[in-house]
Design a protein around this ligand. Structure first.
Ligand code: PHB
Length: 561
């Protein structure tokens, strides 16, 4: 197999069939065996005897949250939808909170950007987004249409990159969204490689779920379509080397897809699609107008794959799971160590670590071989890892079903808000996030948390102020003196009695993308006290926001406003 696109040779169908095959007929615990699980997974096979039940339950909780509005559910809604006891839900969510994968707000559980590290591990191991997304973005710019990259995921397709033109007319999909193959343009191209077992699985799924309700990313199917339609589209895709979606998802939405082949094996690595609307291009016209340019771009992508240097195997990681013991000591029953250990196994994979043996997984996580083995058996049963004939394991596209679609749409203000709330609680003062306006002359507030005080600066999200007169603005304008000091303090210049101190927030490349301040009444703290008491808290908060931004921004553009 070529070194550069390790997953390319094995279409999703092949892994996942193996992953779902039950080893034994031992009944699974509650919450793991509902007939149709969330996020479009097929009827679940019975868990093997060695499967780690709390890990399966934790995965089920993450799936429910992924499909929920805003990635949030109440504890009681989780209890209902998983069928688990409340005490179990409490322990699973406490464990996920300890891992930084969810936030607990009273009775609500919300996914956090940190969870994207699991999807990032898959995307980094796959390498295709790193190698191909710049070409996809350039094509979207050239055509002024959306362009996406998708991989096959059993009988569905899953997006690994989206270069989206925001248009009012139609829905746009997110990285990690799963679509039924037969309602897409890439689907027939992947189906050219399906085995008989894949086709059987596909027919069974359509019978069990005729309206596509297990695919929350697409509107329900309104009219049944004969199976033969898709069989014919697949035959044509094999002959033509491209495929069309003529409004199969929703009226108006059309797409044209071309396979991107792995240069080493000649097998399908992913599929590139141009997505448009019938008001701009009816389907037939889409092919005539855009197929040549799509083919040229795909040829360039294949060239990029051919010339990419082999992935540098990063030094073996070690001790990923060593923190779990300490958490267990501290939290006792509220910390489900087997869940934490099992999810940590996913983070052992990454760039240059796409195929790992059991020994390598145990080495990276610090888990005993027997523990790592059971975690891998469980993750395989959940369809998240797949074994190769050479004894290694790889992550499957389904890892993206663990929170990635909703989290991939998180903006910087949304990432920052919980950190601002925590800061305002700690220092009992108001705190704000701001960016520079396009002109560079004003700042614009993008998030805010106020302390319950009578006297606090009267700004709200959206408020604009002259940049040069504010601490936030001075940080964003990067005046040399401010840059050297690392913060700006503005004392009663904007308004008598108002004192503010601000620090920069940087993205993963080191660029300043926002500024964070605490503003207070001058009578409450001296400038000296601002520096000794407030500044360390501001810096700590900026660091926490930056850590989230680093994870969220690995493969996704995070909107600054
Ligand atoms: C998309 O990228 O949004 C897309 C791709 C293929 C389709 C439909 C939508 O068939």
């Amino acid at each position: 197999m070529p070194a550069h696109t390790p997953h390319a040779a094995a279409p999703g169908g092949a892994h996942d069939r193996a992953a779902a095959a039950p080893d034994t007929d031992t009944a699974p615990g509650a919450g793991t065996g509902s007939a149709l699980s969330a996020t479009g997974t097929a009827p679940e096979a019975v868990a093997p005897a060695e499967a780690v039940t709390p890990l399966l339950r934790g995965i089920a909780v993450l799936h429910r949250l992924t499909d929920a509005d805003g990635g949030t559910l109440s504890l009681s809604a989780l209890e209902k939808s998983t069928g688990l006891a409340r005490s179990t839900v409490d322990r699973l969510t406490s464990t996920l909170a300890r891992m930084g994968y969810v936030r607990l707000d009273g009775r609500d559980v919300t996914l956090t950007p940190r969870l994207m590290e699991l999807g990032n591990a898959y995307l980094a191991a796959l390498r295709l987004p790193a190698l191909l997304s710049a070409r996809a973005d350039a094509l979207a710019d050239e055509l002024d249409e959306s362009v996406s990259l998708a991989v096959g995921d059993r009988d569905g397709i899953r997006f690994i990159h989206q270069a989206t033109r925001r248009r009012a007319m139609s829905l746009s999909f997110r990285i990690g969204d799963l679509l039924p193959a037969e309602r897409t343009a890439p689907g027939p191209l992947f189906a050219t490689r399906w085995t008989d077992a894949d086709w059987t699985h596909w027919r069974e799924r359509r019978t069990a779920d005729p309206a596509d309700r297990t695919f929350p990313a697409v509107p329900p199917r309104e009219h049944p379509t004969p199976d033969e339609d898709f069989v014919h589209r697949t035959e044509r895709a094999a002959a033509d080397g491209h495929a069309l979606d003529d409004q199969l998802i929703e009226p108006g939405l059309v797409a044209l897809s071309v396979p991107v082949r792995d240069p080493g094996s000649g097998l399908l690595a992913c599929v590139a699609s141009v997505v448009s609307h019938t008001s701009r291009h009816p389907a037939a016209d889409l092919r005539a107008a855009l197929l040549p340019r799509l083919r040229t771009a795909v040829a360039a992508m294949e060239d990029d794959l051919r010339t990419a240097p082999p992935s540098h195997p990063e030094p073996p990681r070690a001790g990923l799971a060593t923190w779990t013991g300490a958490s267990k000591q501290e939290l006792g029953r509220e910390f489900v160590e087997s869940l934490a250990r099992g999810l940590t196994v996913l983070t052992a994979f990454g760039a240059g670590r796409s195929a790992l043996t059991l020994t390598q997984v145990a080495g990276a996580t610090g888990l005993a071989r027997a523990t790592a083995r059971r975690a891998l058996i469980t993750l395989r049963h959940a369809g998240l890892v797949s074994p190769a004939p050479d004894g290694t394991f790889t992550l499957t596209p389904r890892v993206l079903s663990l929170g990635f679609p909703p989290l991939s749409r998180t903006s910087l203000p949304e990432i920052a808000q919980p950190h601002l709330n925590a800061l305002a609680d700690r220092v009992h003062e108001s705190t704000s996030l701001a960016v520079l306006s396009d002109s560079g002359e004003e700042i614009q507030y993008t998030a805010r948390a106020s302390a319950p005080r009578v006297l606090s600066a009267r700004v709200t999200v959206g408020t604009r102020l002259p940049a040069h007169a504010t601490a936030l603005g001075r940080v964003l304008l990067s005046l040399p003196e401010v840059r050297a000091r690392g913060y700006a303090l503005v004392d009663e210049e904007l308004e008598a009695g108002l004192r503010a101190i601000a620090v920069p927030v940087r993205d993963r490349t080191g660029r300043v993308v926002a500024a964070l301040n605490v503003a207070l009444h001058a009578a409450r703290r001296t400038t000296g006290a601002c520096e000794t008491e407030i500044l360390p808290e501001l810096t700590r908060t900026a660091t926490a926001i930056e850590a989230d931004l680093r994870v969220a921004g690995h493969f996704v553009h995070v909107p600054p406003t």
